[in-house]
Design a protein around this ligand. Structure first.
Ligand code: WTA
Length: 651
């Protein structure tokens, strides 16, 4: 459906007392753009500072001189803001509800007092292993409370955490440990998920074979499953937490000291270490959690993301805990033991705000509404989505069956690089349109540029690439160890702007519609994947000569991974080889990178200078080869006919 034909959904009843109504939003937004110093100077005070800041904003998007600083002379500690400062007023309130994978196992309610005790102890364990301020610590943990303790413990002592999603392979883990030159890795024995167990510790063992032998391995004995044990290197975290002191003084950190590194995929090369700051990031996570989800004292907030992704950082841990909320951590999957699990958990813990990815909604939609109808979802006030564009069909299903037509849906567009929400509706302020992220958040100045001329597209409607005209506090500060790459990736192509990598349309009402990535990044089940990463995994296989990977529309995943593979001379294609390559990629990167379709390609379409014409490969993968465009610059136009004849995605 054309976007102009999608009607607005009014603001549901019950949001009259939201943090922002329609007029507040306009007023605050306008102020945040015309007077960022004034707006953020005030909003920064939502945190507790050890030394107050006198400067608010000092940012420069000039290519070659990019520098981003917020609250630069302020001193604070992120852990104190998420834990200590709540102890007096809400020490006995639940900070974290932990819902285990096994629905029969007991949920844990961890109060702020208990959180404080465990974080302090965890911090002392880190200190005892020689981890110091500024050191990097890689966290390779499942969705268990210890992941939260580990993050906050790092923040407490000024160590920089870098979480690696527990679904990543030993190779991917090793690359990140080495790139960040981490001093320690924190892992667990095994990780239950969907009734199965991943051998995390043995993955970590395999990774550490490729790392400095000085890296310590801190093991959380979560399931008690047997693992190997390397004396002198491995540390039993839980046992040690019992021995150390429950007091660990927080280190005063500068607002611009890095809080964490999170590796993410780009269009080229290896994943980049996105660096986030202590002050600006935390202010931004806290304000966006409060306004976007209309969080009020006492609410139970559930974000179903994994802490291995930025969504888990900002909206399971830092945003909610900075606001003194009760945040739910779920170890399991949406379909175990059955497709009603999300709704069972919502009923059980009386969840008020529920935040998930469109891919999960589409998967559950396919399982029918009988899994939903069994549960009482009356505690829900608000629903959210993140990670990829949501198709109106999924939006409407979510609205009708989960929200019962009474819950606003906030469709939040943002990125690992942005730290928090950038374009989203605010529930009491903005009428929604299914499929549109609607309007910018405070302090965010989006512009749409023509991709070729780089001219700003004024007026509505407009289409082009999405850039941001000025800095906001949650913006990433640099790529770990490579500021040049940071500038080249985000500030070179469109001078003076932050380039998001997304395409975008703005409709007559000024609403933003994200149309997807315009670079070689694909979005598979809401997980961001660089096609170059999958290609380099494929060509690392001895039988593969060349590979090209593109995305194609997938019913449930949003995008699927389509790989064109040219085999070495003399190697015969077969179904067994296809399976072998799938397993190979799983092992090289992780299950999320497994190609959905592999097409044997005797040749790939290339320009005369040898560049693969991805545009053509994308069209064939989309089964839209009638509109291939100009193929006259190809070196061997006949390879295209073969690829079309043997395409894997028909219809
Ligand atoms: C996509 C996840 C449409 C987008 C927070 C972006 C979205 C990339 C939305 C970042 C949304 C995220 N609507 N597209 N609401 N949210 N995206 O870094 O292409 O894992 O550039 O951050 O996901 O993915 P990342």
């Amino acid at each position: 459906m054309a976007v102009e034909n999608i009607a607005k959904h009014p603001i549901p009843a019950g949001f009259e007392n939201a943090h922002a109504g329609p007029e507040d939003y306009r007023k605050l937004y306008d102020e945040s753009i015309s007077d960022p110093e004034g707006f953020w100077g005030r909003e920064g005070k939502r945190l507790d500072w050890i030394e107050p800041y006198s400067k608010v904003k000092n940012t420069d998007f000039t290519f070659g001189d990019v520098s981003i600083k917020w609250f630069e002379d302020g001193v604070l500690n992120a852990c104190v803001n998420c834990v200590d400062r709540h102890l007096e007023s809400r020490g006995d309130q639940t900070a974290i509800i932990f819902e285990p994978d096994d629905p029969e196992a007991e949920a844990q309610h961890i109060t702020y007092n208990q959180l404080s005790d465990r974080v302090n102890r965890f911090a002392n364990v880190l200190l005892s292993q020689g981890v110091m301020r500024g050191d990097r610590v890689v966290i390779y943990l499942p969705m268990i409370p210890e992941a939260a303790y580990a993050m906050l413990a790092c923040a407490r002592i000024g160590a920089i955490h870098s979480i690696v999603f527990a679904g990543f392979s030993p190779d991917a883990l090793a690359n990140r440990i080495n790139d960040s030159e981490a001093k320690a890795v924190i892992t667990a024995d095994t990780a239950p998920r969907g009734g199965r167990r991943t051998a995390l510790k043995s993955n970590a063992d395999a990774a550490l074979l490729h790392c400095s032998d000085k890296v310590r391995c801190l093991v959380v004995k979560h399931t008690g499953d047997q693992t190997t044990w390397v004396e002198g290197r491995d540390v039993d975290v839980k046992a040690m937490m019992e021995e150390v002191s429950p007091d660990c003084p927080p280190r005063p950190m500068n607002a611009e000291d890095p809080l964490f590194i999170l590796y993410t995929s780009g269009s080229t090369g290896r994943p980049k270490g996105v660096v986030h700051s202590t002050g600006g990031y935390l202010v931004y996570a806290a304000i966006s959690h409060q306004y976007t989800f209309d969080y009020h004292e006492g609410d139970v907030f559930w974000c179903t993301a994994d802490v291995g992704w930025v969504t888990g950082h900002s909206y399971i841990i830092y945003g909610p805990l900075a606001n003194g909320a009760t945040t739910l951590m779920f170890e399991g999957t949406p379909t175990y033991p059955d497709a009603g699990r999300f709704w069972a958990v919502c009923e059980k813990h009386k969840v008020n705000q529920f935040y998930t990815a469109p891919t999960a909604i589409r998967a559950l939609m396919g399982q029918g509404t009988e899994h939903v109808e069994k549960y009482d979802l009356s505690s829900l006030r608000l629903l959210g989505t993140v990670g990829e564009p949501i198709n109106p069909e999924a939006w409407n299903w979510y609205d009708k069956n989960i929200g019962k037509g009474n819950c606003p849906i906030v469709d939040t567009w943002w990125q690992t690089e942005t730290g928090g929400h950038m374009i989203t509706s605010l529930p009491g302020a903005v009428e929604t349109k299914p499929g549109s992220a609607t309007l910018p958040f405070f302090g965010v100045n989006p512009v749409i540029l023509d991709p070729e001329s780089a001219k700003v597209q004024e007026g509505d409607p407009a289409s082009g690439v999405l850039c941001i005209a000025d800095s906001w506090p949650g913006q990433m500060r640099t790529v770990w160890g490579d500021h040049q790459r940071f500038m080249e990736t985000y500030f070179q192509q469109y001078k003076g702007y932050y380039f998001t990598g997304d395409g975008c349309t703005r409709d007559e009402d000024g609403y933003y519609w994200i149309t997807g990535r315009v670079d070689d990044v694909i979005n598979v089940s809401g997980h961001r994947m660089g096609t170059a990463e999958v290609e380099s995994a494929l060509v690392a296989h001895a039988k593969v000569a060349e590979a090209a990977v593109v995305g194609y529309p997938h019913q449930v995943k949003g995008q699927g991974i389509y790989a064109y593979v040219t085999l070495m001379n003399g190697v015969e294609p077969s179904d067994e080889l296809r399976k072998e390559l799938e397993t190979w990629v799983r092992n090289e990167i992780g299950p999320i990178a497994k190609p959905d379709l592999i097409q044997w390609a005797p040749g790939l379409p290339k320009t005369r200078s040898g560049k693969i014409m991805r545009r053509i490969l994308r069209k064939i993968a989309e089964d839209d080869y009638g509109s291939l465009g100009d193929t006259s610059t190809l070196a061997e136009p006949e390879v295209v006919d073969d690829l079309i004849d043997n395409r894997m995605n028909r219809g």
